[in-house]
Design a protein around this ligand. Structure first.
Ligand SMILES: *Cc1c(COP(=O)(O)O)cnc(C)c1O
Length: 828
């Protein structure tokens, strides 16, 4: 059992002293005793695994201590429920958290090994699609660094986000078998397995006290086996836990079939159960409503709630007091089935009265919304929910009935309003609106940037915001400065620390102290040196990883993020095509163009056809541009495959220009934008998501704003947007689109990218054509500004100095103040 009967005298081994000799000894012990090999015979994977385990030693006693003291203090904890954690490499993070980097490097060098080479061996756990999963990883990092009692819960996908490769410029997906070479950072705890039911039916019965009760008789079960991961705080002696669930077949389940002698059937059913945690669903343009996906969602929240109650609360704990012990933060709608699950536990299993259970439940949950696209709001067909989770569907209906009765009462029987706010949608098929269930079922709803929260209140959840104004709040996203500055940009980190000390790593507002140095010519010169060194590092990285050659003397113009039409990679591409057109047609002398390297990085969901077409088009345009003798002297396109956290860590510190060009009102926040600003890239961006706050903080003069605002875009849509009129009226745009349509980038075959072009001309949902000219004009301003390197670096330094707000530590403080405050969380 977990932490039960832990006493003051619990024997704990202390971690070894962090000396070079000590590290060498620990390392050789791991290599010889655990890896079972000797230095001379060890493969690089052996060497890496031994290193990972050695570094682990330095965290273990802190981890055990944290776990024990969290249990003993019974302080209120944050349980972060997220279907995704895009963690990035673990070794790097463990080294900076423990401050062991130099000791490890020296110890390995004394054995003839190279730390940097071994770092490269680690396959990052890609248990997320993009921003949402990376946010969860940043948040658990910040909670540990801020000494907040917290646990992250999620799914241990056997296959994370697919690996992307290009074949003739087209995306090909390959399975991400990240566990194949050993998983030194995880600790399986099969003794804490949890049984999760599915299907079956419900029945009512009369209990011993003569009360009418309901119980669920599931048709089948799976087991959840937890795997623990360390979440080290930055040099604060604290290590929190991330607990990811893996599905196993139940023993009883196989046994029965084995008894019939059908071995093959037993194995088949085992595989069936274990499918649940097999693969991360790539996020599509719209959620696909796949049955397995709902199974995943219920599986991990059922395991997590059960785990929290059984393992982290003392025996006999009165669940009426649960809100004093935990807040379950719902990262988007994926974990929202947790709301009826907690109700079921309280009412059916613990005999709570419905109203008491509802009070407890509402106080235990809070919901973070991550989107503005109506089609991205998750709904589950009632038929499916009823088949997989019949009791939960009954509970959802009752929650809805009672909620709608309240709406009816307060609105004087406004039946239109009642229908709009119903958790159950009737069209196109009867389904459960998960965002509404989360809003009704929790104490708080937050958006992830000011503009996003405003639009949630005004548009997406307007009826709910009018009903419960106090429920709605904003917490602007953030990123961890440990991974995205300290680790990713050692050059800049050194420069900052030299100037203002190292307190900024855990107190990012202190970057403000750099502001006067923006006017210091020597500091700017050194800042440019750092940027140049980061570009050189990127050059080696891309050459080795992708065989891509880039010129570090050019402006590095970077657009990296998932491929989605609303993010408008096509707008960036039209800029490239226009430059190509102007140079090849002689409108523009190559000598007058600021030499640039445009870098794209993006995965498209495998089922999102248009996104995959856009990837192919980018690669095809890139091939023609890069092969053209005149154009390629001043313009090159690089599209390294398989963008992930490791790539981001090398790319972001090298960037000059950060592309954040979504249609206003579509990007909830963005976090890539924050990483770039913190690393001294200037943003070209629309008035969208957190760009709004970035621009306000860094100053208009240090940000290249362009494009329609959200109200303007809405007005255009309202009035009837006609993209073809922009094509007809703008010569440069027409020429660019005609080049694509005529097959300039597809061997003369205009049919290849016909879908992309015709979609832009006929529908263009995200108003690429409407913003085209404004974007081109803004790029001209970029060129003029870049022509003065000293002024540019002044702006870049100011971007760094003024972006401290975007630390995920600040986001956590805001959650503590605005969302989790019911009872203040104590540190320790
Ligand atoms: C930060 C990050 C994202 C999010 O980028 P946005 O530009 O905010 O969409 C996606 N993927 C990876 C690997 C990241 O590190």
């Amino acid at each position: 059992m977990y932490c039960r009967h832990v006493t003051e005298t619990t024997p704990l081994i202390t971690s070894p002293e962090p000396t070079v000799e000590g590290f060498v000894r620990e390392y050789l012990r791991e290599l010889n005793f655990s890896q079972g090999t000797i230095l001379e015979r060890a493969t690089t994977n052996d060497q890496y695994l031994a290193l990972a385990r050695t570094v682990r030693h330095y965290l273990m006693s802190r981890w055990m201590q944290t776990t024990v003291s969290q249990y003993r203090s019974q302080a209120k904890a944050v349980a972060y429920l997220s279907a995704e954690y895009l963690l990035g490499r673990q070794l790097d993070n463990a080294l900076i958290a423990t401050g062991l980097e130099e000791v490890a490097a020296e110890a390995l060098a004394s054995l003839g090994l190279d730390l940097d080479e071994l770092r490269e061996v680690e396959v990052e756990p890609g248990l997320g699609n993009g921003g949402l999963g990376r946010l969860a990883a940043c948040f658990v990092d910040s909670l540990a660094t801020m000494s907040v009692p917290a646990i992250g819960y999620g799914i241990r996908y056997e296959y994370g986000i697919f690996r992307q490769r290009f074949d003739d410029g087209r995306q090909v997906e390959e399975p991400d078998n990240w566990l194949d070479n050993g998983a030194p950072w995880e600790f399986a705890h099969p003794e804490h397995e949890v049984a999760v039911g599915f299907g079956g039916r419900t029945e009512t019965y009369t209990d011993d006290d003569g009360r009418e009760r309901t119980r669920w008789l599931p048709g089948w079960q799976v087991l959840g086996v937890p795997y623990n991961y360390m979440v080290p705080g930055y040099r604060n002696g604290r290590v929190n836990t991330l607990r990811l669930w893996s599905a196993r077949a139940t023993h009883a389940f196989d046994l029965k079939i084995f008894n019939y002698g059908d071995y093959a059937e037993a194995v088949r059913s085992q595989t069936f159960a274990e499918n649940i945690s097999k693969v991360l669903y790539p996020e599509d343009s719209t959620p696909q409503g796949k049955e397995l996906r709902l199974q995943q969602q219920y599986f991990f929240v059922a395991c997590s709630i059960r785990d929290f109650i059984d393992q982290l609360l003392p025996p006999g704990f009165d669940l009426h007091d649960l809100p004093d012990r935990v807040v379950f933060q719902l990262n988007d709608t994926h974990p929202v089935i947790a709301v009826p699950e907690l109700m079921r536990i309280l009412v059916d299993e613990r005999g709570f009265e419905w109203d008491d259970a509802w009070q407890v439940t509402q106080r235990c949950f809070a919901y973070t919304c991550h989107t503005l696209l109506p089609e991205a709001l998750e709904v589950w067909p009632v038929e499916l929910v009823g088949r997989l989770l019949p009791r939960h569907l009954e509970i959802v209906y009752r929650i809805n009935d009672e909620f709608l009765a309240q709406v009816r009462e307060r609105s004087g029987g406004d039946e239109l309003l009642v229908r709009r706010m119903s958790i159950i949608a009737e069209h196109p098929e009867r389904s459960v609106r998960m965002a509404y269930l989360a809003t009704v079922g929790g104490s708080k709803v937050n958006g992830v940037a000011e503009l996003h929260s405003q639009l949630l209140r005004d548009k997406v959840l307007a009826d709910f915001a009018a009903f419960w104004p106090e429920k709605f709040t904003n917490v602007t996203n953030g990123v961890t400065p440990r991974r995205f500055v300290k680790l990713a940009n050692p050059g800049l980190s050194g420069l900052i620390t030299e100037a203002i000390g190292d307190g900024w790593v855990t107190d990012l507002d202190r970057l403000r102290e750099l502001e006067p140095l923006a006017d210091d010519a020597e500091f700017r010169r050194r800042f440019r040196e750092v940027k140049a060194a980061n570009k050189d590092r990127l050059v080696s990285f891309l050459a080795a990883r992708d065989g891509i050659a880039i010129d570090p003397a050019t402006m590095l113009d970077v657009m990296v993020k998932r491929l989605h039409e609303y993010k408008r990679q096509l707008l960036k591409l039209l800029h490239v095509v226009t430059l190509y057109d102007r140079i090849t047609s002689g409108d523009l002398a190559a000598a007058d163009v600021t030499p640039r390297t445009v870098v794209f990085g993006a995965k498209a969901a495998p089922g999102y056809v248009m996104a995959k077409e856009i990837i192919a088009l980018i690669n095809h345009v890139g091939a023609v541009v890069n092969a053209h003798p005149d154009v390629s002297r001043v313009l090159r396109v690089a599209f390294p495959a398989n963008y992930n956290v490791t790539v981001a860590e090398t790319l972001v510190p090298a960037a000059d220009l950060s592309e954040q060009i979504s249609l206003a009102g579509k990007e909830a926040s963005g976090t890539g934008n924050m990483k770039f600003a913190l690393n001294g890239a200037l943003t070209i961006g629309t008035d969208d998501g957190a760009n709004v706050e970035i621009r306000r903080l860094v100053g208009d003069e240090n940000f290249f704003l362009f494009g329609l605002t959200e109200p303007e875009a809405s007005a255009v849509a309202e009035a009837g947007y006609r993209p073809a009129s922009y094509y007809e009226e703008n010569v440069s745009l027409r020429r660019a689109l005609d080049l694509i349509a005529r097959g300039t980038f597809s061997g003369g075959d205009g049919s290849v990218f016909e879908r992309v072009v015709s979609n832009l001309l006929s529908e263009d949902r995200f108003m690429v054509l409407a913003d085209y000219q404004a974007y081109l004009d803004a790029q001209e301003r970029v060129e003029r500004a870049y022509a003065d390197p000293d002024a540019w670096s002044r702006s870049a330094v100011l971007n760094v100095a003024r972006s401290g707000f975007f630390s995920s530590d600040r986001s956590m403080r805001d959650y503590l103040d605005r969302v989790w405050h019911a009872a203040p969380l104590t540190a320790g």
